[in-house]
Each structure stands twice: as C-alpha cells, then as structure tokens.
Design a protein around this ligand. Structure first.
Ligand code: 13P
Length: 262
C-alpha cells in the first residue's frame, strides 16, 4: 500500500505571497532530492479555500495533490448558505479530496454526527475523496475511552453505507481515516507508536466490518508529527502515513516526513 503524507495548512499562511513561497520551496525541494520518490508516497496539501485555485494551478503537472479542509453540510452544489463552500465548488477550484471531521471543526463549529454524515454524502456525490478525522480528547484518553470514542465517530461511515449501500463502490480508494488524538495536536505530545498501532488496527478491523471492499483501509496518524519522530511512526506497518499540521508549513520538515514514509 502506498503511504500518504498530507499537509493540513489550517488557517495558514497569511498571504498569497506566503503561499507561493511555501509551494515553491516544497516543489524545489522535491525536485532537488534524488532520494525522494513520489511514486512511493502520495503527497497532498490542504490550503484554505481562498488559496485552493491558485495552489491547484501551481500543482498541475506535478505529483502533489490538493485537498480542501472542509465542505458545506447544507448543499453539495449551490444555495443560500452564507460563508459556506460546497463540494462542487471546491472540486471546481481543483480539490480532489477534502478533510472532514477535524477536531478543530468538531470543537469550534460543533460538528455533529448528522452534520458529518451530510458532508460525507455531499463529498461522495461530487466524487471528492474524504480524509475523515477521528480521535479522543485528553480526558477521554485518561479515562481509557479511546476505542469507544473512535467507534462512535466511525459510525458516520456505517450510517452512510446503511443509507446508501450503492456508495460502497465510490468509497473504495476514496476514503482515508486520520487518527488524530486531540491532545496530541499542536502540543508536542505524542502517543507511543505501540498505542497508535493498536488503535489503527482497531480502526481497520472496524471499518472492514462495515463493507467487504473496505478491507485494508488507509489509516494515517496525525498530531505533532515532525521530522524527528516521523521515522518511528513510519516503521510500523499499521501506520499508513501522516496528517501533518505545523510541520507542513516548512518545506524541509514536510519533505523529511514524506521521505520517512517513502
Ligand atoms: P500538528 O501536526 O500541528 O500537531 O497538527 C496536526 C493536525 O491537526 C493535522 O490535521
């Protein structure tokens, strides 16, 4: 299975000029590094919607893919939903994937099970791949509720399949799970590789139980991944790549993580 390394730029960088600098740095580093083979690792970046079209234009004819960070829950296409951007609109801007269910969306926008079910449905109707984020808070981790929380969050996929059994065909190869413990995001704290591995194994088994063609689901780890710790995660066969926040904002560290998984 090819690894995935995805840079979630969140609400960064500040200006279009900074976006250009980041992208040029990344592409220059990729081309200059003879040891890095993009054939061994899928690389993707997720800029803000405002930068999607420009980033996609620059990435055309390169092997780096472009993802949105979110889409509207209200409509897959158009409508009176001020401030929203639909699945159709991000596809038009060049995104082939979208992140959904990031803990920052769950926390600051109160995204619920129903909301995520809507978003996932809209994504697949527009043939947009989904990087679905799940993970427990510090309190839930301390209370040893990780697997329970994750099962609950994964039930969005089960409900989608129950509602639309035909969608299974589009799901294969178009769904990635990113396990991101909330307490590890931007904190410098990380679970042990053993803990991540066990949790990923559980996620893979659970999703495989939803439908036959969802066996061997790609499961990424996210949360304080950096150039120094990427190797240890990459060595574990249950960890199929990384969803990277802070370290994806520097070309060198992002590429170092990609190399670890290549
Ligand atoms: P950090 O890599 O900055 O911890 O962020 C992880 C993340 O939230 C990626 O989606």
């Amino acid at each position: 299975m090819q690894a995935w390394v995805i840079g979630n730029w969140k609400q960064n960088p500040a200006t279009s000029r900074d976006v250009d600098t980041l992208l040029e740095g990344l592409l220059t580093a990729i081309y200059a590094d003879t040891k890095f083979s993009s054939n061994c690792c899928n690389l993707m970046v997720a800029p803000s919607d405002i930068h999607l079209a420009a980033v996609n234009a620059r990435l055309k004819d390169t092997s780096v893919l472009c993802s949105a960070q979110d889409i509207s829950a209200h409509s897959a296409t158009t409508g009176a939903y001020t401030g929203d951007c639909s699945a159709q609109q991000v596809v038009d801007a060049g995104a082939t994937w979208t992140i959904l269910g990031h803990s920052e969306r769950r926390q600051y926008h109160q995204e619920s099970h129903e909301c995520l079910l809507q978003k996932m449905t809209h994504a697949f109707t527009q043939n947009l791949g989904v990087v679905f984020c799940i993970g427990e808070t510090q309190t839930q981790y301390d209370a040893k509720q990780t697997l329970e929380v994750i099962d609950n969050q994964l039930s969005v996929i089960k409900d989608l399949l129950d509602q639309q059994p035909d969608i299974t065909v589009s799901l294969a190869g178009r769904l990635i799970i990113a396990y991101e413990p909330v307490w590890a995001i931007g904190t410098g704290k990380v679970p042990t590789v053993y803990e991540v591995s066990k949790t990923h194994q559980h996620i893979k088994q659970t999703v495989a139980g939803f439908a036959n063609n969802l066996e061997d689901m790609t499961v990424l780890y996210g949360g304080s991944v950096n150039a120094d710790n990427a190797d240890s995660f990459a060595l574990d066969s249950m960890i199929d790549g990384a969803l990277v926040g802070g370290a994806s904002l520097k070309a060198e560290s992002f590429l170092a993580i990609a190399k670890a998984f290549s």
